[in-house]
Design a protein around this ligand. Structure first.
Ligand code: F3S
Length: 81
C-alpha cells in the first residue's frame, strides 16, 4: 500500500498536486495543500487506481512537499534523509 502526506511548512501553494491528483490533494484557505482522504494524517491508503496520480503529484511538486511511503504517517512529516 501507498500512503501520502503534505508538508505544509514547505508547500508554496503552487497548485500542481491538485492538478495531478485532484482526488488526493486539496487546498486550505491559504492555498496550502493537504492529503484529502484523511485531512493530511497520512493514514488512509491511496486507492490503487490513484497511485499513479500520487506519483505524478510527488514528482511534480517543486518543493518536495508531497511525501509518499509504504507505511502510514500518523500525521507526522518524516525527516529528510
Ligand atoms: Fe504545495 Fe507542492 Fe502541492 S508546493 S500546492 S504541495 S505541488
Amino acid at each position: 500500500k501507498l500512503y501520502s502526506i503534505v508538508d505544509k511548512d514547505t508547500c508554496i501553494a503552487c497548485g500542481a498536486c491538485g492538478m495531478a491528483a485532484p482526488e488526493l490533494y486539496n487546498y486550505d484557505d491559504e492555498g496550502l495543500a493537504y492529503f484529502l482522504p484523511d485531512d493530511n494524517q497520512g493514514n488512509t491508503p491511496i486507492a490503487e487506481e490513484l497511485e499513479l496520480d500520487a506519483e505524478d503529484a510527488y514528482e511534480g511538486c517543486p518543493t518536495g512537499s508531497i511525501k509518499l511511503a509504504n507505511s502510514n504517517f500518523n500525521g507526522s512529516i518524516p525527516e529528510e534523509d
